[in-house]
Design a protein around this ligand. Structure first.
Ligand SMILES: NC(=O)c1ccc[n+]([C@@H]2O[C@H](COP(=O)([O-])OP(=O)(O)OC[C@H]3O[C@@H](n4cnc5c(N)ncnc54)[C@H](O)[C@@H]3O)[C@@H](O)[C@H]2O)c1
Ligand SMILES: O=C(O)[C@H]1O[C@H](OP(=O)(O)OP(=O)(O)OC[C@H]2O[C@@H](n3ccc(=O)[nH]c3=O)[C@H](O)[C@@H]2O)[C@H](O)[C@@H](O)[C@@H]1O
Length: 321
């Protein structure tokens, strides 16, 4: 977690929107969530909507998200949903911005690489411009991919990464690196209050069933009785984070074996070809998050996978025997 406390700003932040204190303003906090129809965004909206003082505006272009993820809130008086692409400017009056809009699964972000860069760069510029105009605090969901194929393990916030600038993943990882730079430059130059969260492989209910990421692939394959496709060599590691949490580091082979054991003992595990630039190991150093935010993981992989299994069973129509 990198925060603006790391670097002292030379400018004071812009004045908050007068709407925040206006008499006709019913709620205390108006919050914009970009990408709020996606997997993490919709869980965040659920959390924000629990506070009756919050009014939530979601903007999403539905590239990888869906209205279905927000169905419980559509029509709610404190909730608003706008079809909008963040590469275009947006004029709304808000107090806080959670900027998540960006395809996250490699198959989706590689699908239209130039659009992914535009979303990261122009989208983040637009949201920072908005934050500056209305004096809102802004959080960017960055990624462990900013470390590339890391040479330092586990990765602390101070590590600068080992990233291929011209590879097929660069639209995403370099895009997020520029987005982080923009955040810190707007902070230093304009005094914007910023937060940057470098999220590591998160899984849970509401992921797209055919999302292409490893946990959703393995669970959907186990439920469809298809072989679990471990991309070679299978010893590459990730630290999986339940949608509100973090767990231990696993190799892909270990993950496949856990899914097989928990979900479908009859399913086969096969090794398939990998994609270029796949990071060989990845694990966050969470010391700072523990010290500063008191944050630490609670849900273990063996507890989180069954919660996701239940959601996938319902959506795939595969009852439990
Ligand atoms: N899930 C993870 O493991 C993970 C890890 C690191 C970082 N992140 C980051 O968290 C955020 C959310 O990821 P997710 O897993 O929920 O992915 P997701 O694909 O489910 O959600 C992304 C949302 O952004 C929307 N979107 C994409 N491009 C847009 C655009 N140009 N304009 C408006 N909306 C747009 C999509 O339609 C979708 O609803 C992303 O910024 C991602 O980079 C996720
Ligand atoms: O979560 C993160 O921090 C970032 O990285 C992930 O990218 P990646 O780690 O490559 O995620 P997956 O596509 O789920 O792959 C994880 C590992 O599983 C392997 N894999 C994937 C799919 C599959 O069917 N089988 C398989 O073995 C891949 O080779 C890779 O080593 C996410 O997709 C990004 O959204 C995110 O920003």
């Amino acid at each position: 977690m990198a925060s603006n406390e790391d670097k002292q700003s030379t400018k004071s932040p812009p004045a908050p929107s007068p709407l925040r204190t206006a008499k006709f303003c019913q709620s205390n906090m108006r919050i914009l969530v970009t990408g709020g129809a996606g997997f993490i965004g919709s869980h965040l909206v659920d959390r924000l909507m629990q506070n009756e003082k919050n009014e939530v505006i979601v903007v999403d272009n539905y590239f990888t998200g869906s209205k279905d993820n927000l169905r419980r809130w559509i029509g709610h008086p404190r909730f608003e949903l706008i079809r909008h692409d963040v590469t275009q400017p947006l004029l709304v009056e808000v107090d806080q911005i959670y900027h998540l809009a960006c395809p996250a699964s490699p198959i989706f972000y590689k699908h239209n690489a130039v659009k992914t860069i535009k979303t990261n760069v122009m989208g983040t510029l637009n949201m920072l411009g908005l934050a500056k105009r209305v004096g809102a605090r802004i959080l960017l969901t960055s990624t462990s991919e900013v470390y590339g194929d890391p040479l330092i393990h586990p990765q602390p916030e101070t590590y600068w990464g080992n990233v291929n600038p011209i590879g097929v993943r660069s639209c995403y990882d370099e895009g997020k690196r520029v987005a982080e730079t923009l955040m810190f430059d707007y902070h230093r130059q304009h005094g914007i209050e910023i937060r940057v969260a470098r999220i590591f492989n998160t899984y849970g209910p509401r992921m797209n069933i055919d999302d292409g990421r490893v946990v959703s692939n393995f669970i959907a394959q186990a439920l469809r009785n298809e072989p679990l496709t471990v991309q070679a060599p299978g010893t590459q590691t990730r630290s999986f984070c339940y949608v509100a949490d973090m767990v231990w580091e696993f190799t892909m082979v270990e993950l496949a074996e856990t899914v097989k054991e928990l979900i479908n003992p009859d399913v086969k595990i096969v090794t398939v070809e990998n994609t270029p630039d796949d990071p060989r190991q990845r694990k966050p150093d969470i010391t700072k998050a523990k010290e500063l935010l008191g944050w630490e993981p609670k849900i273990k992989l063996r507890e989180g996978l069954p919660l996701m299994e239940e959601d996938f069973r319902q959506r795939l129509g595969v009852p439990k025997n």
